[in-house]
Design a binder for this molecule. Sequence first.
Ligand SMILES: [Zn+2]
Length: 163
Amino acid sequence: MDDDELLVCPRCATMHGLDERFCPDCGMPLTYQSPARDEATERQARARKIKPQYTEGDLVRVATGRNQAEADFISNLLLEEGVPSLVRRSRGFDVPDMLAAGPRDVLVPLSGEATAREVLLQVELHDSSASSPGPRPAKLFAGLLAGVALVGLIVWVGSLVSS
Ligand SMILES: [Zn+2]
């Protein structure tokens, strides 16, 4: 094996020398080939952050990322609060073409669910206040539904009173 070939293309997995920055075939930015012991160290570092009280119970879904990267981002946020999580492909997207894409479910142990939701809530609040000043369409729609339900309730109460 050539000692110069220390970079690897994340897409096609071919090896390249340190003088290359991008894969000549795919144009992907090359990454350093990580020796197995680095991965073990990273796993240990992650394991140290996990709080034992958040590892109990069945796995429950707390979020869905639009892709692996987003799910990993959520997973890392949760880990910062000591909540371990599992990222897996959302059901119905188990086709080979979607391996790299497609939504991912983020699952946490039941004992970590409350903390996980708190973390996610903070992220969501931060996102919505930063991106758009008005209510988002989904929230607006939910508000409309609630309004319709309220009107229905008033009509129902009204009919009870008049009968
Ligand atoms: Zn490549």
